[in-house]
Design a protein around this ligand. Structure first.
Ligand code: PGA
Length: 251
C-alpha cells in the first residue's frame, strides 16, 4: 500500500512556544499508531528547533517556504540548506498566500530546483483563483505546472508532492471546499500534464494531495471517492482534537 501524506500547514501560528509544544506532542503520540501515514508538520521557522527530537519514522518536519538562493546577502531569507540542519524533509513551495505577495511561477521554479538539489522534497502548491465554464482554469494550472517544473528532471518528479489547493477553497473566507469529483478531475489532469511534459510512467507515480478547508466531515470523501494521496490542512491542523480525528479517518 502506498503511503498517504498528511501535511499540517500552521501558517503564522501559534503565538507561543508552549502552545506549539502542546500541539506537536499530541501529534507525535497519534503518529506512532498510524504508520501508514507520512505526517508532515510545517511550523513557523523558529519552532523547527523545538521539534527536532520528536521526529520519527512517520512524523517529519516541513517548512512553509524557503529562499531561491543557496546563501549570501539576503536579509530575512532562509535557504533549504539551513533548513536541512533542522531535519526538514519537506518544503511547501508556491502556496497561494505567498503567490498573493508577488511570488510567481519563475520564482517558485528557482526554489523547486534548489530544494531538490538540497535533497529536500518540495510540496508544490497549485490552484486557480476561480473556476469558469470555458476551462480556462485548466490552462492556468497547466501553466503553473509547466513553468514551476522548468528544468526539473524526469527522475526528480517522484520527489515532489503536488498539492492541489484551489484558492476559492482556502481559509476562513473560503467560498466552499472543493468536491471529491472536482479533486479527482484535477488529479487526473495533473497526471496528464506530467505525462505530456515527461512520460506516462513518470506520471503514474505522481502524488497529488488536496488542500482547502479540510476537516473531519470531508476527509473520507477526498481520500476515498477523490482518491487523494493525502491532505494539506491549514486551520484544523492547529486544533489537536480535530487534526487527530482527521488522521484517524484515513485508513
Ligand atoms: P485551510 O488552509 O485548511 O485553513 O483552508 C489550507 C492551506 O492554505 O494550506
Amino acid at each position: 500500500m502506498t503511503k498517504k501524506y498528511i501535511v499540517a500547514n500552521w501558517k503564522m501560528n501559534p503565538q507561543t512556544t508552549k502552545e506549539a509544544d502542546l500541539i506537536i506532542r499530541s501529534i507525535s503520540k497519534v503518529a506512532k499508531g498510524n504508520k501508514h501515514l507520512e505526517i508532515i508538520v510545517c511550523p513557523p521557522y523558529p519552532f523547527l528547533y523545538l521539534f527536532r527530537k520528536l521526529r520519527s519514522k512517520n512524523l517529519f518536519l516541513g517548512a512553509q517556504n524557503s529562499f531561491s538562493e543557496k546563501e549570501g546577502a539576503y536579509t530575512g531569507e532562509v535557504s533549504p540548506s539551513i533548513l536541512k540542519n533542522f531535519g526538514v524533509k519537506y518544503i511547501i513551495l508556491g502556496h497561494s498566500e505567498r503567490r498573493k505577495n508577488g511570488e510567481n511561477n519563475q520564482i517558485v521554479n528557482k526554489k523547486i530546483l534548489l530544494t531538490l538539489k538540497t535533497k529536500i522534497n518540495p510540496i508544490l502548491c497549485l490552484g486557480e483563483e476561480k473556476r469558469d465554464n470555458e476551462g480556462d482554469y485548466l490552462i492556468f494550472i497547466y501553466n503553473q505546472i509547466k513553468e514551476c517544473l522548468d528544468g526539473v528532471l524526469k527522475n526528480q518528479i517522484k520527489d515532489i508532492v503536488f498539492a492541489y489547493e484551489p484558492i476559492w477553497a482556502i481559509g476562513q473566507q473560503a467560498e466552499r471546499e472543493a468536491t471529491a469529483d472536482e479533486f479527482i478531475e484535477m488529479k487526473i489532469f495533473i497526471k496528464k500534464v506530467i505525462a505530456d511534459l515527461y512520460d506516462v510512467k513518470t506520471a503514474e507515480n505522481v502524488k497529488v494531495i488536496y488542500g482547502g478547508s479540510v476537516d473531519e466531515s470531508n476527509t473520507s470523501s477526498f481520500m476515498n471517492q477523490g482518491q487523494a494521496d493525502g491532505l494539506l490542512i491549514g486551520r484544523n491542523s492547529l486544533i489537536s482534537k480535530k487534526f487527530i480525528e482527521i488522521i484517524k479517518l484515513i485508513k
